[in-house]
Design a protein around this ligand. Structure first.
Ligand code: SIN
Length: 479
């Protein structure tokens, strides 16, 4: 492995308003080249504990800061994120491998949560309830929960931070963030910009480190933490939830998906192919809402498969910093091995390979289309998290919906149809938190993002995103 350290990348964690280098460091690797691009502080459980103490000390002051002032600081943070768009995007591409065009789009997406919640915090309304006894007045108010621990993944190094941290800070909570150890640099840059925006010391803290188990345990068991927000795998989410149960913390979990994408006989096939490319190849298929299973009705199966294969063959694979690249590498060797295993298993089970199907140099995998995949294939049951389109065939609407719902996950689902009645019926019957109807992309700051079944608990973004960081307090006034 060669080393090519970039000069301008941030390398200090952020605790109680101070930038700390840490005694130990860990390397951050560019998955497109295998090069070490920087090193980040390898903090541990004790540092996490200190950051939680600092966040707890800072909480009353921040909670009691009037909302206009809190909102102004959050808004300033938004402006700084946008002003550093190019720098943030380049850092994201270097550490995650995603194409630069996607990183630039992620800065817009990530910052939009900050802008949205700067405004939304002013609308944390309570309610007035008609009393049942004369002389009583019943009202509710919303109050911030307290110290929030946020644990974020590598696939959206910026947006998954802002989607949690912005509503928490805007509503008057303080935060300790542990970003993924694969992509700590974007988080450190975000912390630097938060410092410039003027958050008081201890209000926002970022602890980087390799000890995901130890730090995760501290963040989810420490009594001072009142809320845990996590995005990542269902397996890890289950452990964190069990830990959090010991001190009955409020929990938001955005976990794994296994998104179906149905194409009905009445669909606009060209539009469905365009939606499929967006829904499958964003971040090389490494998103929780990536299409994992394409269910195509018999009458249009061949036409869809042919057009999709042509579009997939045109995708440009490479280093995300190179011009025109649309598909980057997998994040690491484990990710690549999983994709390889899923494709091999599908082919062994009788699937036809229409294009791709091979690992390339380094961590790259050819954009792949498989047709007539068996419903018992691994691809049908586990999130592949890679650039592979698996096509399954169905005959009737009822059968298609049953196949789509045959999973323990329920994050996103997509379908294409031009029949209005079918659109309503299918949307209502799909067991998922989000449904894309004639689109392959549903994510934005103003809509509620989240899953059902084992894909998670709670919603991020939208007006509901703020509820996750506040508690309802009921006040009963008697004369
Ligand atoms: C995720 O993959 O967890 C998030 C995807 C999105 O926000 O669209």
């Amino acid at each position: 492995m060669t080393t090519k350290t970039e000069n301008r990348l941030p390398t200090a964690a952020y605790v109680n308003g101070k930038f700390i280098s840490g005694h130990k460091k860990f390397n951050v690797i560019n998955p497109a080249t295998g090069e070490v691009i920087a090193s980040a502080p390898d903090l541990g459980v004790a540092d996490c504990k200190k950051a939680i103490d600092d966040a707890h000390t800072a909480w009353p002051g921040w909670r009691d800061t009037d909302v206009t002032q809190r909102s102004r600081i959050v808004q300033k943070w938004y402006e700084l994120l946008m002003a550093h768009k190019d720098e943030l995007a380049r850092t994201m591409t270097l550490e995650s491998g995603k194409p630069l065009s996607e990183s630039l789009a992620e800065v817009d997406y990530g910052a939009s949560f900050v802008e949205w919640f700067a405004e939304e915090a002013k609308r944390a309304y309570g309610e007035s309830i008609p009393a049942t006894k004369t002389g009583q007045r019943l009202i509710t108010i919303r109050q911030p929960v307290g110290v929030v621990a946020a644990i974020t993944p590598w696939n959206f190094p910026l947006a998954m931070i802002t989607r949690k941290v912005a509503p928490a800070l805007a509503s008057g909570c303080t935060v300790v963030l542990r970003p993924a150890s694969q992509t700590p640099l974007t988080a450190l840059m975000v912390a630097k910009l938060a410092h410039q925006a003027g958050f008081p010391p201890g209000v926002f803290n970022v602890v980087t480190g390799k000890d995901s188990k130890g730090m995760g345990e501290e963040l989810t068991t420490n009594e001072l933490v009142r809320k845990i927000s996590f995005t990542g795998s269902t397996e890890v989410g289950r452990t964190l939830m069990a830990n959090a149960a010991r001190t009955i913390k409020k929990v938001s979990l955005e976990l794994g998906g296994n998104a179906p994408f149905l194409v009905f006989d009445d669909a606009d096939i060209d539009a469905a192919v365009a939606g499929a490319i967006t829904g499958k190849f964003r971040n090389s298929g490494q998103t929780c809402v990536s299409v994992n299973r394409f269910y195509v009705q018999d009458g249009v199966f061949d036409a869809f498969a042919e057009k999709l294969t042509t579009a997939v063959k045109e995708l440009k694979v490479g280093n995300g910093l190179d011009n025109g690249v649309q598909v980057g590498p997998l994040i690491n060797r484990d990710g690549l091995e999983k994709v390889k295993a899923h494709v091999e298993d599908a082919i062994d089970g009788g699937a036809r390979l229409l294009t791709g199907g091979k690992a390339m140099e380094g961590l790259f995998y050819e954009p792949t289309v498989l047709a007539d995949v068996s419903p018992s294939a691994l691809l049908a049951h586990e999130e592949t998290f890679g650039p592979v389109c698996a096509l399954f065939r169905f005959k009737t609407e009822k059968e298609g919906i049953a196949m789509a719902n045959d999973t323990e996950f329920g994050l996103a689902a997509y379908f294409y149809s031009r029949d209005v009645n079918r659109c309503w019926q299918v949307a209502e019957q799909l067991e998922s938190g989000m449904v894309g109807i004639n689109t392959g992309l549903v994510s934005n700051a103003v809509a509620p993002f989240g899953g059902v079944k084992q894909s998670g608990i709670g919603r991020e973004g939208s007006k509901h995103g703020l509820d996750e960081y506040t508690e309802i307090k009921y006040l009963c006034f008697s004369e």
